[in-house]
Write a protein that binds this ligand. Sequence first.
Ligand code: ADP
Ligand code: MG
Length: 313
Amino acid sequence: MKKLIILLLLAVLVLTSCSPGLESHTVMGMDTFITFTLEGDLPDGAQELLWKYEKMFSRTDPDAELYLCNSMEEHTPSEELYALITEGLDICEKTNGAFDIRLGALSELWDFTSDTPAVPDKSDIDGALEQISTVTVRDGRVKKNAAVKIDLGAIAKGYIAEKCTSYLKENGFDRGIISVGGNISAFGKDENDPWRIGIRNPREGKSTIGYIEVCDGYISVSGDYERYFINDGVRYHHILDPKTGYPAKSGLISVAVISQSGALSDALSTALFVMGYDASMELYGSGVYDFEAVFVLEDGTVRTTPDSGFIPN
Ligand code: ADP
Ligand code: MG
């Protein structure tokens, strides 16, 4: 029951305003809700894509390709898995380790998807942190210590949203919205009539703090209210600080990132959440990545980058 409630909260993370003629289709996958808002029925090919990626990127399914890769010291994965691992490692470097796909052993330890999550022992956390070590990607091969478990949980859903968007565009869908567990792709509008993507109030159930206007782009939200449990009055959420091994405490409770890449929006929303507001704005100013963001601070204050397109309530 507890798990169900957490998933339902996730589903209303981002509220979309719908235009006439659009239908919503919701399917389950990757331990979350995936919603397509389209003109017409959901084509079988989109569902097949979801199944394909679920079998590629799962860290926990013994039949998944990533699971196999994680169990080995050297592996030649499919081109897509190789590319996403490579991109993940690159973002890890550019965010100074705030985003780190090598923390699978730590995610496994915290196990936020379990029905009875608990705070692990400090010694086990230290042990999991020790398992984060070099992963080398070269000529299509992934090399690492077999103990290193790669976790694509903070980048794969955005990537999948992007792949589904390309598929739908190729198959005659001119406009629509896809939400893969809160990672949104909104496509096919113009500036006179943009999509409005509502950003949920991190502390007040179903209300929003405002919305982001977007014509074509990707929005991902990471927050401390998506998957969490409370123990002795302390909130433990699923975005981990790879430096401490504990849930990130950066002064932020929610970050939305807008960019032209689904994978980047997803990964950066996690990274900025871990980095905090000041370091995020430094990354923004450095121009390493082209993105906009909306931050909600612990005291409820909302801050945005200059061209975020955010309109408060
Ligand atoms: P969600 O999966 O709810 O959309 P995120 O995109 O922020 O949220 O991803 C969180 C997931 O990513 C966690 O469940 C975990 O598997 C993994 N993760 C947690 N912290 C980090 C981190 N600092 N860097 C990379 N991956 C992380
Ligand atoms: Mg993310």
